[in-house]
Design a protein around this ligand. Structure first.
Ligand code: SER
Length: 316
């Protein structure tokens, strides 16, 4: 059977790019992008959908005979700390609606984006293992741990084929992040190409795991295409891309723009960063579905600058 895919939260940082990649892979007619506001950035089908509304999700699944759902709508780590209870309510209620609607409509696969934010106290920060302790420091992280457990529960209890990745900070030129702790690593490029000073909200030595958008998309699609019997992790897979500090990133950018300047004004997001891993051990993803990132700090930086520079001319 040919798959028909619903993406919830298609207007977000990941959704914008994933929607287009899924359209390329499955065909324009086979992908339904949805969000609470209409977007003009997609060709193809679009539905206005509020994932707080169970009936609306159900109608959409039935109307299009959806076989795969990617549930990307959520409030991220930094924004979530400003309104803890509403963040919990939105992140959890929308996911409950998706899981329950997917079960009842007999959807064959669900994708749930988890995050390095599931980790907090009592983890080894370097090469944080798949099965490390999960005591998150943010409401967003708490909702991701709970979401992972609900994914696992729906798989065990109902056989719903839910798959999930614990994304590192995602860096891409195609879209902007919205309210996370790793956003600086995207914002910095927009300032650099505009020859403006970048004020960083993290300290120079705040090492965090990151991943280039191309790798994040490929990881998602490779996981979703893997045979079900290969999926040994039904919570969320650790996935590594690269790790660097703001100072290291600034240094590499200076190789492209010698006048680039960064200043540091750490705020509450530094505390969140302090609680997260510095690097990720993704052995199960490597073993189960052959995960391997293609981009490192240098190749990611080169591509970001190339894509964001109008005439595409870069040196060195
Ligand atoms: N990039 C996200 C954030 O910073 C983590 O999943 O909130």
């Amino acid at each position: 059977m040919t798959d028909t895919i619903l993406i919830i939260g298609a207007n977000g940082q990941l959704g914008t790019v994933l929607t287009k990649s899924l359209q390329n892979a499955y065909g324009l007619d086979r992908v339904i992008a949805s969000d609470i506001h209409r977007s003009t950035s997609f060709e193809g089908r679009f539905e206005i959908l509020d994932a707080n509304q169970f009936e609306a999700i159900m109608e959409c699944l039935v109307k299009y005979k959806i076989t795969q759902v990617y549930h990307l709508a959520a409030i991220l780590s930094a924004n979530g700390e400003k309104r803890p209870i509403p963040t919990w309510n939105l992140n959890m209620n929308t996911y409950f609606n998706v899981l329950e609607a997917a079960r009842l409509a007999e959807v064959s696969k669900v994708f749930f984006p988890s995050s390095i934010a599931v980790f907090g106290d009592h983890i080894p920060k370097i090469y944080t293992p798949q099965n490390g302790t999960l005591i998150p420091s943010t409401v967003y992280g708490m909702s991701k741990v709970a979401g992972e457990n609900w994914s696992h529960y729906y798989f065990k209890r109902y056989g719903l084929d839910v798959r999930s990745i614990r994304y590192p900070g995602i860096i891409g030129y195609q879209s902007l992040p919205g309210g996370g702790t790793t956003d600086y690593a995207v914002d910095i490029f927009h300032k650099a190409v505009a020859h403006q000073v970048f004020e960083c909200f993290l300290k120079p030595d705040a090492m965090l795991p990151m991943i280039y958008m191309d790798d994040a998309i490929r990881a998602t699609m490779e996981l979703m295409e893997a045979p079900s019997q290969n999926i040994s992790v039904r919570t969320g897979y650790n996935v590594a891309g690269m790790s660097f500090t703001p100072a290291e990133l600034a240094q590499v950018i200076t190789g492209f723009f010698s006048d680039f300047k960064i200043s540091y004004q750490p705020d509450f997001r530094q505390n969140i960063a302090d609680s997260w891993p510095e690097s990720i051990d993704d052995t199960p993803a490597q073993k189960d579905w052959n995960w391997k990132p293609a981009f490192d700090l240098m190749t990611m930086t080169r591509d970001m600058i190339k894509q964001l520079t109008p005439d595409n001319s870069i040196k060195p």
